[in-house]
Design a protein. Structure first.
Length: 219
């Protein structure tokens, strides 16, 4: 959730919009505080995800509306579930990949379609949709301006942060709450979420991040 996302949450929640769903994959750090008005230092100390803090903040400001904070990475496997019942979608994204999934004509309420020809060397044209069917295993993405890499493991499923913390405790510094687990080893920090998603900090090397994920998380 970038600065525009904070503004979207604040100015849609405080006036009294009936229901607001806030979806974000990240957690709060000190460098967020100078430009993101929903968060404070206490939220950083409590190691809370942005979506959860935004939900709690807006409920205090206006208790008459329904606020739902969702900690998740929005991608092609889940976007319909998240936005299917929405009347308005506000873009506060920090990545183009998800933004491309939201390219909707808001005036007509429809997606744009293009007429293209089939190609003999195109797997999609042959009816093979490996990416859309989530057959990518572990997918990585360098997070803009954060010196961090996100890993999305489609095969992980729900994991127990309590059990993972017990496994990692002899190896390095570890702490967790109901929303995420933070594990420090050597010069890196790995943040793991209950759905198996992880963010590896202090590197932009996606291969290194994959290796650390496989070594320590192993799901």
């Amino acid at each position: 959730m970038r600065s525009p996302g904070n503004c979207h949450c604040h100015f849609s929640g405080t006036p009294g919009v009936g229901k607001v769903r806030i979806i974000d994959r990240d957690f709060i750090e000190y460098h967020n505080l100078q430009r993101q008005l929903l968060f404070d230092e206490e939220d950083v100390k409590n190691q809370l995800p942005k979506a959860i803090v935004a939900e709690r903040h807006l409920k205090k400001v206006n208790s008459s509306i329904e606020i739902e904070g969702v900690v998740a990475d929005v991608n092609y496997t889940n976007i319909e579930k998240f936005v299917g019942d929405a009347d308005i979608i506000l873009d506060g994204l920090d990545n183009l990949e998800t933004r491309y999934l939201m390219m909707i004509d808001v005036w007509k309420g429809e997606f744009s379609r293009f007429k293209i020809g089939r190609r003999a060397d195109c797997l999609t044209c042959q009816g093979k949709y490996e990416f859309l069917e989530a057959r990518f295993g572990t997918k990585t993405a360098s997070l803009c301006g954060q010196n961090a890499v996100q890993l999305l493991n489609s095969e992980a499923g729900e994991i127990s942060l309590q059990k993972l913390a017990a496994y990692l405790k002899p190896i390095g510094e570890v702490g967790y709450n109901e929303f995420m687990l933070r594990f420090r080893v050597d010069s890196h920090e790995i943040v793991v979420f209950p759905d198996g998603r992880a963010i590896v900090k202090n590197t932009n090397d996606e291969a290194l991040a994959r290796g650390l994920y496989a070594k320590y998380i192993g799901v």
